[in-house]
Design a protein around this ligand. Structure first.
Ligand SMILES: [Zn+2]
Length: 80
């Protein structure tokens, strides 16, 4: 298995990469005008299915996200 540290500079343009957080925003209620944000920080096998007792996916690892400060491209790295 190859374990490499994510790059510090963008492989496309050479710009500086900085860590960012990705999240999904839930439905916004018409009365409360609030929604729940959920961080997207994990991944599972492509064939993973939800299982008991809490009907969650079996976590295979977490996702490290880097944003290029120059070209704005986002890079995702899996951390098992
Ligand atoms: Zn770049």
């Amino acid at each position: 298995m190859i374990r490499r540290k994510p790059p510090e500079d963008c492989p496309d343009c050479g710009g500086r990469l900085k860590p960012v957080k990705r999240f999904g925003r839930g439905w916004e209620g018409p009365i409360t005008r609030t929604a729940i944000d959920t961080e997207v920080a994990h991944y599972a096998r492509a064939d993973a299915e939800r299982g008991p007792p809490h009907m969650k996916f079996r976590r295979a690892g977490s996702v490290h996200t880097l944003l290029c400060t120059e070209c704005r491209r986002i890079f995702l790295y899996g951390v098992p």
